[in-house]
Design a protein around this ligand. Structure first.
Ligand code: ATP
Ligand code: MG
Length: 417
């Protein structure tokens, strides 16, 4: 039996990859405008990094991580998300010494052992951004403005921004306790999973997708009504800045994040196009994270976009694959040899040139040029070899012009504009 890819891990093939390249290219372009630089970290980290940052009682750490021992018996984990590795790198290389504000972005694969379904995979990709060093709510608004700009640039507008504040270590414990007491009064209506986790991770119960849990907790105390003065003022300023920047949003006081490090501002971009996988991007503040990982006490905020979900929304066939600029058709051995040399020269000059390798007749070569969608064709025979000139055919309207083989790259450059 032939070998197939691992369940939940996908190949990205020509025809679809163009959409990926478009989405990645736009991210680099937009994030660059906002002053972000790319940070590439390894896909594998010490397991401890994720346990300490994401939190032992989260779904990710409890059941979704690809953790294994290497040959020296070190516990390693395929990264399930990008923030913790970027923070690890930030601390390790003391990037805070370079500038009080660090703006970093990343793109690449993440790994979670989840039940594969539409929009949910075991290897999936995120495009994420992080700002470390700024507590000012202006940066919360700016990060959201950048996310908004990105979605405009890629032409996806079927998303809406939901924001919430999760409070801080000052105010959250009291809220958490109140929520646990509230949940205790309706334990029997909660799903098994929530009955198990309501004490260890009560906020997550508010995020449970099970209908019974949603109903049972519909009047649960809202975290934004229990914020301390500092968090309340921060949240109000974020909302004001968003209004000033004309970024539409709604406050969703039930939104919680599945990672323990989030505090204060949290947000999701949601869509109704992807069934229950409705979050296309998510993020928030993680003010204590850098310090808890052994770095200085610097605040941070960031988001991650799920690329597979973007691709599903965008329609993978919307970005046309690249086509050859020129197909060289040749008749006779000498002309084929000459076409080969000419093609190589053109390719090195930046022209997407193609030819036949199967010894096909002229008709079959032209059919292939058509199938590839070549923009121009050039037929080389005895005569053309001798004169150094040939007919360049524009496939769109079948118009022909005589060109010199010598200056072909320049001629094409002029015509391909
Ligand atoms: P969800 O509620 O859908 O499980 P999450 O809260 O686990 O999402 P985050 O950890 O915040 O998601 O990741 C940010 C984004 O990455 C999500 O909004 C989603 O678009 C994407 N994402 C997360 N897990 C997966 C996955 N298994 N497959 C594909 N995309 C994913
Ligand atoms: Mg999840």
């Amino acid at each position: 039996m032939s070998i197939t890819a691992i369940k939940g891990m996908n190949d990205i093939l020509p025809g679809e990859v163009e959409t990926w390249q478009f989405l990645e290219g736009k991210a680099r372009e937009v994030f660059g405008c906002y002053g972000f630089s790319e940070c590439r970290t390894p896909v594998v980290e010490k397991t401890e990094l994720f346990c300490r940052s994401i939190g032992e009682t989260t779904d990710i750490v409890e059941k979704e991580m690809y953790t294994f021992a290497d040959k020296s018996d070190n516990s390693l984990t395929l990264r399930p998300e990008g923030t913790a590795p970027v923070m690890r790198s930030f601390i390790q290389h003391k990037l805070y010494n370079l500038d009080p504000v660090s703006k970093l972005y990343y793109l690449g694969p993440m790994f979670r052992y989840e039940r594969p379904q539409k929009g949910r995979y075991r290897q999936f990709h995120q495009i994420g951004a992080e700002v470390i060093g700024v507590e000012d709510p202006k940066i919360d608004a700016q990060v959201l403005a950048m996310l908004d700009r990105y979605f405009r640039e890629i032409g996806i507008d079927a998303v809406s921004l939901q924001i919430n504040s999760l409070g801080c270590p000052e105010c959250r414990p009291a809220y958490r306790q109140q929520l646990i007491e509230y949940l205790e009064t309706r334990l029997s209506s909660l799903c098994g999973e929530c009955q198990r986790r309501y004490q260890s991770n009560p906020l997550r119960v508010l995020d449970c997708k099970v209908e019974g849990c949603k109903q049972a907790t519909c009047d649960a105390p809202a975290v934004i009504e229990h914020l301390c003065e500092h968090c309340d003022s921060h949240f109000n300023k974020v909302k004001n800045h968003l209004q000033t920047l004309q970024i539409p949003f709604t406050v969703n006081s039930r939104m919680v994040r599945g990672l323990d490090y989030y505090v204060r501002t949290t947000f999701e971009l949601v869509t109704d196009q992807l069934g229950s996988q409705n979050a296309v991007a998510a993020g928030g503040r993680y003010d204590g994270l850098v310090q808890s990982l052994g770095g200085p006490a610097l605040p941070g905020i960031g988001f991650a976009i799920g690329v597979e979900r973007l691709v599903l929304m965008k329609g993978a066939d919307q970005i046309a694959p690249e086509v050859p600029d020129l197909f060289l058709a040749a008749m006779g051995d000498a002309a084929v040899d000459q076409a080969f040399v000419l093609m190589s020269r053109l390719q090195s000059q930046g022209v997407r040139a193609e030819m036949d390798y199967q010894g096909k007749g002229l008709k079959a070569q032209m059919r292939r040029a058509n199938k590839l969608g070549a923009r121009f064709t050039l037929i080389l025979g005895e005569n053309e070899l001798q004169t150094g000139r040939a007919q360049l055919k524009k496939m769109a309207d079948s118009s022909q012009q005589e060109v010199s083989l010598e200056g072909l790259a320049e001629t094409l450059a002029g015509q391909l504009k």
